[in-house]
Ligand binder design. Sequence first.
Ligand code: GLY
Length: 393
Amino acid sequence: MHTPRSSLDRRHFLTGTGLAAAGILVPSRALAATDSRSQPPTPPDAGASGRGPQVGDAHRGPCVIASGNGPNATERAFKVMSAGVDPAEAVVAGVKLVEDDPKDTSVGYGGLPNEDGVVELDASVMHGPTHKAGAVASLRNIKNPAAVALKVLQRTDHVLLVGEGALRFAKAQGFIEENLLTPESHAAWLRWKESMGADDWLNPEERDWPRPGRKTLDEFLADEAKQSRAPGDNAPIPFTWGTIHCSAVNADGDVGACTTTSGLSWKIPGRVGDSPIIGAGMYCENEIGAAGSTGRGESLIVNCGSFTIVQYMAAGLTPTEACLAALKRIVDRTREKRLLNEKGRPNFNASVYALRKDGAYGGACIYPGGSFAVTTSDGATKVHPCTPLFDAQ
Ligand code: GLY
């Protein structure tokens, strides 16, 4: 089990308060900062986390942050926001680029489907100034679920629409139904399905097709049309619970946030991850900032991941420290054997992202590998590694 090793641990995990009993451990000096009328908390001294100053600690001013698959999204959202559009709408415009990208198999068009081969999308949006949210879950046939979630926020009294109702709402709002499977994601699903050992689905070894030296009709037709081919039978079967999260703060300090995903690949139809759950995959408070997550959604749901990060920022932690503290809660509360490795640590990764109202930002992951994209007040876009809680699995 991870041993507390930083002043972050000393200051925030040994403090006894009512919140501590509830598992939200904050320093008593910081409780006042949770008053929504208070100013953003002063950041702790650089190095307070024991890891030295983190990228984003000192940044101030307008900023857009996203998961590592989102440099195009942050750039777009920053441009849209700088033209005067609300941050909540700007982040939706940003993530649309990734939802539309067939190469990103974790989001929107081209996202990996459920176990029936059907793409089901989840998304949420939150608007800091009104503290209003909109979300959709298990939405089929609509490429841009974040834009549908924004319509739920803007045009209904509800927060979350699911499945058939979400689709009917999207169509009523003018969204067009389309097939979200690409040749690549369809071929990946077939490989997955055939690998499951069901008697009637033959895997490549069992199929004996094409005969040696022959090409398939599909290969011939692709060559003839000079089209790229779907990956072959023996290509690796991909797996993802990837997602894109994007949060923004404008020059007025108004905050917006959004998370959108195709969720866990090969999931049970109807499975909903953290992305459309307010406080799990995404959360913001205009007086404090915003947070979001990618990775194993179930763990972020049962730990209220994004809500926790925002509360830790309210308590005075820097964005990176807040992310690390929330991940530590997840690690400490991962107790099922099937989810633990031989060191007793989670056998999965998760990455979280935080943006404070004043423009400070940061990202962290349980194990190295996560990254985040950021467009800063000077308009520059960069991708940085997330700060890992542990150096290795
Ligand atoms: N974090 C995405 C999911 O678990 O669905």
